[in-house]
Design a binder for this molecule. Structure first.
Ligand SMILES: [Zn+2]
Length: 172
């Protein structure tokens, strides 16, 4: 069993401090249907991570951000035992509820291999999912800190992981 199968999701999603801490780490100021990138810690698999719960209630632990977000949005009952939350957008750090679907772990693996070979796809980023998510996060934080255009910064951070696409553009 994965450690997350014993996470008290319902208690975490009902904890106002946890919800507030989660929301503070998500960049939502974008157009409809655009990915809401995570601005906190990124794991080696490119997923957002944050400390949730409280020591006082014994619920304190580091959880995967989009799984917490899924449970906040849909309730713990929407995540049956053995299910994982997949990204239909393939951006591992994305926190937009419309881009999530819960399913069996095996579906997730099958999907990943089917999609990862598409040219220019998020899963084909030369930096790997963690390098991509970290670059996008840092681009957003940098733009916010300097007053630069956040969407331009995101687009540049995404393009940097696809050298073939970038060199193709220079041909025209
Ligand atoms: Zn997304």
């Amino acid at each position: 069993m994965s450690p997350e199968s014993v996470v008290p999701w319902a208690a975490l999603a009902a904890d106002p401090a946890t919800v507030e801490s989660y929301r503070a780490k998500v960049y939502t100021d974008r157009g409809p249907d655009l990915c809401h990138y995570f601005l906190g810690a990124i794991s080696s698999s490119g997923h957002g991570k944050l400390r949730a719960g409280s020591r006082k209630t014994g619920t304190s632990r580091v959880v995967t951000a989009h799984v917490l977000g899924y449970v906040i949005a849909n309730g713990a009952a929407a995540l049956p035992e053995g299910h994982v939350v997949r990204h239909t957008c393939d951006e591992s750090s994305c926190q937009l509820p419309a881009h999530w679907v819960a399913g069996e772990r095996l579906d997730n693996i099958r999907d990943y291999y089917a999609r990862s070979h598409r040219a220019g796809h998020a899963l084909g980023d030369v930096r790997g999912p963690d390098g991509r998510a970290t670059a996008i996060r840092d681009a957003i934080l940098g733009a916010l800190a300097t007053g630069a255009d956040v969407e331009v910064a995101i687009a540049a951070a995404i393009a940097a992981g696809n050298p073939s696409g970038a060199s193709q553009e220079t041909l025209f």
